[in-house]
Design a protein around this ligand. Sequence first.
Ligand code: CP
Ligand code: NVA
Length: 308
Amino acid sequence: MNHFLDIHTTDPTDLRQMIEDARAMKTARAGRPRGAADDTRPLEGHVVALIFEKPSTRTRVSFDVGVRQMGGETLVLSGSDMQLGHGETIADTARVMSRFVDLIMIRTFDPSVLTEMAEAADVPVINGLTDASHPCQIMADVMTFEEHRGPIAGKKVVWTGDGNNVCSSFLHAAGQFGFDLTFTGPQVLDPAAADVAYAREKGSEILIERDPYKAVEGADLIVADTWVSMHDAQSARERRHNLLRPYQVDKRLMEAAGSDALFMHCLPAHRGEEVTSEVMDGPQSVIFDEAENRLHAQKAILRWCLGV
Ligand code: CP
Ligand code: NVA
C-alpha cells in the first residue's frame, strides 16, 4: 500500500515522478477557472477523509479543492469531534474509516498517531503534518524551487530559525533530491540529529552555522518558518523570540545571500518576526507560488497513493 508518511521513507524515483506529475497537472489546468474539474477525473467515485487535530488553512483547502478537481469527494473532519484516540484507539478508528473511505489524510500531534493509523488502515494514509515532519509542504517547495531555478540537485538551501518539523522534512528532501542544507539558528533549536545524520549519509552537505550572515553566503534558497509551532508550549514564546531574533530574515540578510537567492516560507507567517514584510512581498519571495503548489503537489501524491 502506498502511504505517504515521510519524504525519507518514500522511494526517490516515486518522489521525482510525483513532482513531474504535479507539474504536468498544473500545466494542464493553466487558464481554467479555479473551481473547474480537470479534463481527466481520476478520483471519480473516491471519498477522501481529511482529519485535522490542529488548525490549517492551506492543507485543508488545497487537499479539498485538489480532490474535487480530480472528481472525488471529501469529508473534512476535526479530530476533537471524533472518537480518535480518546473514545477508542487510533487503530480502531483507522479500521472503521477504511470501511467507508478510500484514503485518509491526517494532521496530528505525535507522529505515532500517524504510524498507528497507517499500520491499521486498509487504505492509504497521508501525513498532513505532525510535530515531527511536514512532507507535503516540502514536495510543494521542491516543485516551486524547480519552477523558478531548474533542478534543485546540488543547490544550497539555508534554513533559518527553529529546526522544527518543516526543517526535518527539508533535511529528508536534501537526502532524497540531492541538495545541500545549512541550518542557522540557536543551538537549543538545532534540527533533530537523526534527520541531519540521514541527509549526510545520503551524501548531502549539511552544515550548522550560528552566524546567519555566514550561513547565507552562496545560498540558492533561504527558508523561514514560524518561531513557535503549533505543538510548542505558548509559555516558551518569549524565550524563543529572544533566542531567534538574530535570525530574522530581513532585507540585509537577503542582500548578503545575493539577488539570485529565492525566499520561501510555508506560511502562516508572522510578519515582523521570523521575516519582514519587505522580504515576504519583495522580488525574491515565491511564497504564494509555494502555497499554490501545495494543490498540484498533493494531487500528484493522492494519485500515487491511490494508483490512479
Ligand atoms: N503550510 C501549511 O501547512 O499551512 P496550514 O497550516 O495553513 O495548512
Ligand atoms: N512549523 C509550523 C508549520 C505550520 C504549517 C507548525 O508546526 O506549526
